[in-house]
Ligand binder design. Structure first.
Ligand code: MRU
Length: 350
C-alpha cells in the first residue's frame, strides 16, 4: 500500500508529492508548524489527505505543547487549529478535521492534560483508519457505475496519494471496477499547472498495472469526439448542498465536454467533502496559488518575465453537469438538494 501519511512517534511521515514521480522520498514533520507548511507546499495534498494530515499535525502540536494545565493546553491547541485553518481554503475536509479535533478536545476537557493529549492522538489516528474504510466503500459503490469495458478519463489525482492511502476515491472507483473484471483503461489529464495527473495519477496506476495514457488537458475534447472515452470520474474538494462541485482547475471543462458528448461525469468524494452549510458553488472559496506554478515547469521558465498570471487552483462544476456523486453513504443523483439531504440523514454505512 502507498503510505501517503503515517503517524510515527518521531513525527508525521509524509511521502513528498512534490518530488514524484522521479524520486520516492519521505519527509518527517517534527512539529505542527512543519505539517502546516507541508500542506501549504503540497508535499501532502488532496482533500482527504489534507484533513488527516491536519488532524495529525494538531495532535502532534498538542502532544508537544508546553502546558501543565488544561487552560494552557487549550490556548496552544486553539492557536494551532487557527493556523492550520489558514493553510488551504478550498478543501472542506481541512475544516471538517479541525472541527472534529475541537469536538474531541471539548469531550475530554475535564480530563488531565496527559490524557487529553492521548485522546487527540487517538482521534487523529482514528480519522486515518476511517478514511481507508470510507474510500473502500466509495470505490465499491462507484465501480458499479463504470462500463464493463472502455476508457475512463480522470483529472488531477484522487487516488491513494490524495487520501490516507489505500484505494483513494476516483481512482478507487476505477481500481475496484478493474478488480471486479471490467476491462478498463485510463486517460489521465496531465492537470496543469501542478501536474497531479501526469506526475501522481500515472505513477499510482502504473504501480497497479492499470493501462494508463497521459494526455495534456487540451486533448480531452478531441478524445471524447473520437469516441475514445466512455466515462469520466473525478474527486472533489468541496461539494455544496445543491450538488455544485469544487475540484481541481480544469474539472469544469471536462464536465462540460462530457455533457456535450453524452459521457457520464461522476464525482467520487467522502462525506467529509460535502459541505451542507454551503448552499452552492458561488460560496466556495477558491484558492489562488503562486504565479510561479504557471510561469515555470520545475526550474524552467515557460512564460516571459513580467507577464500577468492567474492561478486559481480550483473551479466549480455546476450540479447540472454531474451525473452522480458517489459517497460512502451511497450514490446521489439530481436533484442533489434532495438526494444529498437524504444522505446527510443516513448514518455512515461502513
Ligand atoms: O491542489 P490539490 O492537489 O490538493 O487538489 C486535489 C484535487 O483537486 C483532488 O481532485 C481532490 O482533492 C479530491 S482528492 C480525493
Amino acid at each position: 500500500m502507498i503510505k501517503t501519511i503515517e503517524w510515527t512517534d518521531g513525527g508525521i511521515r509524509l511521502l513528498d508529492q512534490t518530488k514524484l514521480p522521479t524520486e520516492e522520498v519521505y519527509v518527517t514533520c517534527h512539529t505542527w508548524e512543519e505539517v502546516a507548511d507541508a500542506i501549504k507546499k503540497m508535499i501532502v495534498r488532496g482533500a482527504p489527505a489534507i484533513g488527516v494530515a491536519a488532524a495529525m499535525g494538531i495532535a502532534l502540536g498538542a502532544r508537544d505543547a508546553d502546558a501543565g494545565h488544561v487552560a494552557e493546553l487549550r490556548r496552544e491547541f486553539d492557536h494551532i487549529c487557527e493556523e492550520m485553518a489558514e493553510t488551504r481554503p478550498t478543501a472542506v475536509n481541512l475544516f471538517w478535521a479541525i472541527r472534529r479535533m475541537r469536538e474531541k478536545f471539548e469531550q475530554c476537557s475535564e480530563m488531565p492534560v496527559e490524557r487529553i493529549r492521548q485522546e487527540l492522538i487517538a482521534e487523529a489516528q482514528r480519522m486515518f483508519v476511517e478514511d481507508l474504510a470510507v474510500n473502500e466503500a466509495i470505490s465499491k459503490h462507484g465501480a458499479t457505475l463504470l462500463p464493463s469495458s472502455g476508457a475512463v478519463l480522470t483529472h488531477c489525482n484522487a487516488g491513494a496519494l490524495a487520501t490516507a492511502g489505500g484505494y483513494g476515491t476516483a481512482l478507487g472507483v476505477i481500481r475496484v471496477a478493474v478488480e471486479s473484471g471490467k476491462k478498463l483503461t485510463v486517460y489521465a489529464d496531465e492537470t496543469r499547472p501542478f501536474l497531479q495527473g501526469s506526475r501522481l495519477t500515472a505513477w499510482e496506476l502504473m504501480k497497479d498495472g492499470i493501462p494508463t495514457t497521459v494526455i495534456s488537458d487540451n486533448m480531452a475534447g478531441a478524445m471524447m469526439r473520437q469516441g475514445k472515452i466512455q466515462a469520466a470520474v473525478v474527486g472533489a474538494d468541496r461539494v455544496a448542498a445543491n450538488g455544485d462541485v469544487a475540484n481541481k482547475i480544469g474539472t469544469y471543462t471536462v464536465a462540460v465536454l462530457a455533457k456535450e458528448h453524452g459521457i457520464p461525469f461522476y464525482v467520487a468524494a467522502p462525506w467529509s467533502s460535502v459541505d451542507m452549510e454551503c448552499p452552492d458553488g458561488e460560496h466556495i472559496p477558491i484558492e489562488q496559488r503562486s504565479a510561479r506554478e504557471v510561469t515555470h515547469v520545475g526550474a524552467t521558465r515557460i512564460a516571459p518575465e513580467g507577464v500577468q498570471i492567474e492561478n486559481p487552483a480550483f473551479d466549480v462544476t455546476p450540479a447540472r453537469y454531474v451525473t452522480a456523486i458517489i459517497t460512502e453513504r451511497g450514490i446521489a443523483r439530481a436533484p442533489y438538494t434532495e438526494s444529498l439531504k437524504r444522505l446527510a440523514e443516513t448514518a455512515m454505512a461502513v
